[in-house]
Every structure is written in C-alpha cells, then in structure tokens.
Design a binder for this molecule. Structure first.
Ligand code: UDP
Ligand code: MG
Length: 314
C-alpha cells in the first residue's frame, strides 16, 4: 500500500553528476528512518553534464523519487520554487544537493515541526571548507540586508529549511518574479525557529554559484525587501546641496574680503554641487514613488490570516 506523503524533500541540481548518487543515498537513509511516507523531488536546473541521466536512473528504481527537468538553467531560486510547487508533503524540506547542508539535521527539523513550529531554518553556526572570500562576502551581505529591511530575515541562513504545508501554499501563491525565497519565508511569518548546524565542505565538484549569480541573489534580496538604495540618492542630494551652500557662502565672503573676482573656481564648484544636489534630491523623491509602485507590482497580499477564533458560522 502506498503511504501518504508526509515529507517532501526538494533538491535543486545544477551540474551535480559527481554528487547526485551520494546525495540520494544519504537522503534516502535519513528519510527511511522517519518511517513515514516521503518523496524526494530533484529539480534539474538545466544541467549540461550527466545529472539528468543519473537521476532518471534513480527514479526508475525508487518510486519515492521525482525529477523535475527545466528546459534550461533558470537558477537556484526558481528551481526550489518549482520543487515546492510540485511537492505534496505536509512538511517540505529544501536542501542543497552537495551535502554542505548535512541531511542528518533533517530529523531535528522534523522534531521541531512536530512540536508545532511552521518554519525551521538551518542556521550556519560555522562554515567549513569555504574560501575566506565566500565567508566574508556572505557575512557582509546578510548583515547589510538585515540593516536595510524592516522584516527580520535571519543572518547566516540559506535555503536549507523545513516549512509546513500552509507556509508552502502561501509561498506558492505569491506571483513575484525575482524571488529571494529565504526572505519571503521570513516575510510570511507563522511560528519560526531554527536549528544550528555546521556547514560542511562540498562533497564533490565546484560551487555552482559564481560571483555573477551571487550578485544576482544579493540584488534580489535587497530589492525585494528594501527600497533604501533608491531613497539614498535623496540623502546624497541633501548632503551635496548643503556642502554647496556652505562653500558658496564661504566663497562669497572670501571674495568680498579679499576683493577677488566673484565667479571663481570655488563658485563654480558650489553651484555644481547645489544643482547636483537638487537633481539627486528629486531622484530621491521619485525613488519613494517607484518604491511604492514596485510594492504594488509585486502584488503581495497586505496580510495573511492564519485563523479567526470564534468565527461566525463555525
Ligand atoms: N543550483 C541550481 N542552479 C544554479 C546554481 C546552483 O540549481 O544555477 C543548485 C546546486 O546544484 C546546489 C545548490 O543550488 O544544489 C547550491 O549551489 P552551490 O552548492 O553551488 O552553492 P554554494 O553552496 O557554493 O553557495
Ligand atoms: Mg554548496
């Protein structure tokens, strides 16, 4: 008899031929210990190596395994989004294929879920086998994002997490495009907690996140949750305007005192600063509006009601 699917494990794959067999083995071992029904959804994000063939082979021997193939490489965030949309489990676990997120942490996440938490994210207590550059840029980015947004996106946290079906359904219903999934999960709310883990070294192969993709993810994160960068031009304009005014006044006093010509170098610079100041100030105001238009385009609901106590008609 087919068991109900309690857990869905979503695994994005991009050129992971060196990793897929081990990844499947470790995930299966762990998920079998739950003694409950599960599915593992591999999302092949347009791999150019033998990832697809290898995963199809796994699917032919194990019916708990699903494979979603993309027509080309769309990126990590679209891959996990697709996996979530296909998933049927009561709890959905997103994990990287390369075993940097240890599957052994999943039972801890499940335990927290059974205690009533709706989101259990993995917090990286320590990162092993990653370059100094990666750790530094990631550390700076998470803190920069936190300082810019009003919602509480936990630092040092990737997409490795367990989410309840109801959170997954909300996430799936959001139409927005350049998704920063971990931020959206924070934004959705519900009862959230974390488990700490040590981020391991990649099992095999190289990172599939070159600098360009890291920048794209960072910009998606910032623009999805903050329009401070837009508004900042307003502040810059203000600063430039005041420096210009001060320079102008000092220049005029100086010229008058020393009997110099009025239109001199300092005068021109200060007029420039004032004009730039006004232009940037106006851009800043436009930024305020664009930020709000941006919010509208994203079409996120203004709130999500979990339940209503004593609702009439119940
Ligand atoms: N990945 C993907 N599409 C991409 C890039 C990465 O599906 O365009 C997958 C990749 O196969 C892995 C996960 O996303 O399962 C995280 O990528 P990676 O381990 O290379 O990133 P890092 O850990 O180096 O930040
Ligand atoms: Mg990795």
């Amino acid at each position: 008899m087919q068991q109900d699917t309690v857990y869905s494990v979503v695994v994005p794959l991009y050129n992971e031929e060196l990793v897929i067999d081990e990844s499947y083995k470790r995930l299966k071992e762990i998920m079998d210990t739950t003694s409950e029904g599960y599915e593992i959804i591999f999302v092949n994000d347009g791999s150019r190596d033998r990832t697809r063939e290898k995963t199809e082979k796994i699917c032919s021997t194990d019916k708990n395994i699903k494979l979603v193939n993309f027509s080309r490489n769309f990126g990590h965030q679209p891959a996990i989004t697709a996996g979530m949309r296909v998933s049927q489990g009561e709890a959905v676990i997103v994990i990287d294929a390369d075993l940097q997120d240890p599957p052994e942490v999943i039972p801890e996440m499940i335990e927290k879920w059974k205690q009533g938490y709706d989101v259990v994210y993995g917090k990286r207590a320590k990162r092993e086998g990653e370059s100094f550059f990666k750790k530094l840029t990631a550390g700076v980015f998470y803190r920069l994002l936190k300082s810019m947004t009003s919602i509480d996106i936990p630092v040092d946290t990737g997409d490795f997490r367990l989410i309840d079906r109801k959170v997954c359904d909300v996430l799936n219903s959001l139409p927005e495009k350049n998704r920063y999934v971990r931020g959206l999960v924070s934004w959705i709310g519900y009862r959230q907690t974390y488990v700490e883990f040590i981020r391991q070294e990649r099992f095999a192969g190289d990172t599939k996140y070159p600098l360009k993709k890291m920048f794209k993810l960072a910009f998606d994160g910032i623009t999805s949750f903050s329009y401070k960068p837009l508004v900042m031009s307003g502040y810059l304009g203000g600063i430039s305007f005041f420096i210009g005014i001060i320079m102008l006044i000092m220049g005029l006093i100086n010229s008058a005192a020393k009997g110099l010509e009025l239109i001199n170098f300092q005068f021109l610079i200060s007029v420039d600063l004032i004009m730039f100041g006004i232009v940037l100030f106006c851009i800043g105001i436009i930024g305020q509006y664009i930020g709000r238009i941006f919010d509208e385009c994203r079409g996120r609901p203004n709130y999500i009601i979990e339940n209503i106590v004593n609702k009439r008609g119940e």
